[in-house]
Every structure is written in C-alpha cells, then in structure tokens.
Ligand binder design. Structure first.
Ligand code: SF4
Length: 347
C-alpha cells in the first residue's frame, strides 16, 4: 500500500475510492467501508474478514481517520447528547444527538466556527476558523452512531445545523452526503437529510439543481430587512427579496416543502405584527414554520420569548393558514441547543 501526502482519511472515500487509494481489491474496499460505515468499527484489528496482512498494513498507516473523540455529555432532561471531537490539526468541533420518540437526529457541524456572525448565536460570536473536510463531517455521524449503539439497520435523521453555514462549505457537505447515503454504509435516505442555511442565495440556487430529495431549512428569524440585517448580517448581501426569489426558484425545481426556522427573542421578533410580516414573506412558498424560544448564551443581550408571546406568534401564523409548530428547547443544560455550540470548556 502506498499512501502519499495527498491521501485522504478513508472516511472521505467511497468503497471503490478506498480500493484505489489503499491499493486493495474492490471487494476488500467494500468490506472495509462496511466495517466503518455500517458497523461503526474503527479498530482495524477487529475487521476479521480482511486478511491479516491487509490489517497489518492498514494499522501501520497514520491518519486513516480524521477525528478523535474528546468528550461526551448527555443532558439530564431529555437525553440529548453532545460530543466534542478533535481534528488532526487540533481544531475542536461539536455535534449533537437529539432523541425523539422512535427516532434520533444527528446535528452535524460543517465548519469550525462560522463567518456569518449572527448576533444571537454563540458560534457566530466565536468567529470563523476553517471549513471542515468531508472526512471530518462524515466522522461526526459515525461517532454519534457508534456512541448511540445505533443498530445497523436503523438510520438517523441528519441536519446540517451545528456549527457553520453548510452552503459556504458546499463541496464537502455534498460529498459527506454521498458517503452517508451510500447503500454499503449507513444508507440514510435523502429525505431524512436537511441542509440549513442562513440565506446564502448562491448556495440555494446551486442546491436547487441537486437531484436527490434532500430537505432545505432557512433560518429566517425576521421578515423585514432592517431587523433581519441586524440579526443575520448575511441579509445585507442577500436581502429578503432575493432570498424569496431563490426559494421560489428552488420550489419550482424541486417541489419540496421548505422549513423556516424562527428563533423567538423577547421584544425583538416575537410580536403578532412580526408574525404577519412572516405571513407576507411566505406568500407563494410552500413552507412550514418551526419556531423555538431563544436558548440563552451568556454575554448576549437577548432573552427567550415568554410563553404567552410564543403562543400568540404561532396563533397568528395559524390563523393565516400557515403550518407552524413551536419546538421545545432541548439540550440547553449542556449547551447543545441551537446557537449554543461554541466549546464552552475551552472558553
Ligand atoms: S446562526 Fe448559524 S449561520 Fe448564524 S452565526 Fe450561528 S452558526 Fe453561523
């Protein structure tokens, strides 16, 4: 086996690519892929259907994998788990596992930090460090599946809503999806995968051309440009009119319902008048609104919406015929809730 400087961790490779890069038979490439992606076994010595010689050679290699598990935390409240993982260059990233009745959802990070600097988000406050590689994204899912002891025939939902803006690391995110949906591996159905964007219009346009039935979620949070630009500075580059046009184009191409994420912040974006602005924004779109009270982040000047305001916001949407749900905050006690990921143990 010859590995060069440009070789990738094997978790970035499809079965046939593993066989080529590692100089093994196609059958052995598929076997190795199944051990890692289907059984979530990372110990080469345990891969007993590979020849001893091949296992020895693999074990001599550095950097077969891209991440190491540093720490796992589990919420006392509802079993949400968060893992801290270390990259080969020392960068640390977090991923979250959410438990619901009968299913689990993995929330993956696509970047170390985030450049978009949304004013209410812990990740945004900690700045952007770099894009994650395909292997670093894939291995988050593998680690979560391993820790959860997820049966081989059970697949999680995936949401790219951890640290980072998924569309600003487009290639690596789409490559990770190719690996995580591969039938020899986890085989996650495209319909169980959601990409989240803060409104990256070129990314949405590109995503509109993807053939798979992936889902799209847009973190909107405000439906007037002045407020949205103050909460999500990316809105200055891609204002609501452009975002709306891109979403309409997406639905013409893909006919998929969009999820609109709305973080409810007290006296900022939780009034019935603002719900009516959202109703107007959604004209011409097939969308469902997911509202969630803001999760406290120390040092940020916001507060979660009070229960009454949350209910009134949702009621206004429903009266206008908009499908809307109020989500419960999950994982707040371990800083695993939306917008809280920022490596508290380092800060
Ligand atoms: S909310 Fe999302 S896009 Fe905005 S700063 Fe946080 S991680 Fe980045």
């Amino acid at each position: 086996m010859n590995r060069s400087e440009t070789d990738k961790p094997i978790t970035a490779l499809l079965p046939e690519e593993i066989a080529r890069q590692v100089d093994m038979l196609p059958r052995e490439g598929r076997q190795l892929y199944r051990w890692i992606h289907r059984k979530r076994i990372f110990d080469i010595a345990a891969m007993t259907d590979l020849s001893k010689a091949l296992r020895n050679t693999l074990q001599e290699q550095d950097h077969l994998f891209a991440l190491k598990l540093v720490e796992k935390q589990r919420s006392e409240k509802e079993g949400t788990s968060k893992v801290l993982l270390k990259c080969l260059d020392g960068e640390e990233i977090e991923s979250v596992l959410l438990r619901h009745v009968g299913r689990v959802t993995f929330c993956l990070s696509s970047q170390a930090g985030c450049a978009l600097n949304c004013s209410f988000c812990a990740t945004g406050q900690s700045g952007f460090r770099r894009n994650l590689t395909t292997a670093e994204i894939v291995e988050q899912a593998l680690h979560l599946a391993h820790l959860e002891n997820l049966p081989e025939n059970s697949t999680p939902n995936l949401v790219y809503m951890g640290m980072g803006e998924a569309f600003q690391n487009y290639e690596a995110v789409m490559n990770s999806i190719a690996l995580l949906t591969h039938p020899e591996g986890m085989g996650i159905g495209a319909r169980k995968i959601t990409l989240s964007t803060a409104g990256d219009v070129p990314g949405i346009e590109r995503f509109s051309e993807e053939p798979q039935q992936l889902r799209l979620s847009v973190s909107l949070h405000a439906a007037d440009d002045e407020l949205r630009s103050s909460l999500v500075p990316l809105n200055r580059r891609y204002p609501l009119k452009d975002l709306h046009r891109a979403l309409q184009h997406y639905q013409e191409r893909r006919s998929r319902q969009i999820t609109i994420e709305w973080t409810l912040m007290k006296d900022i974006n939780d009034s019935p008048a603002q719900a009516k602005q959202l109703v107007r924004f959604l004209e011409g779109l097939d969308a469902v609104v997911n509202a969630i009270p803001w999760n406290p982040v120390s040092g940020l000047p916001y507060a979660p919406s009070p229960g009454k305001a949350q209910q009134a916001f949702i009621a206004t949407l429903k009266q206008a015929g908009i499908k809307a749900t109020l989500r419960r905050e999950r994982g707040g006690d371990i800083d695993a809730a939306c917008g809280q990921l920022r490596l508290r143990h380092n800060s």
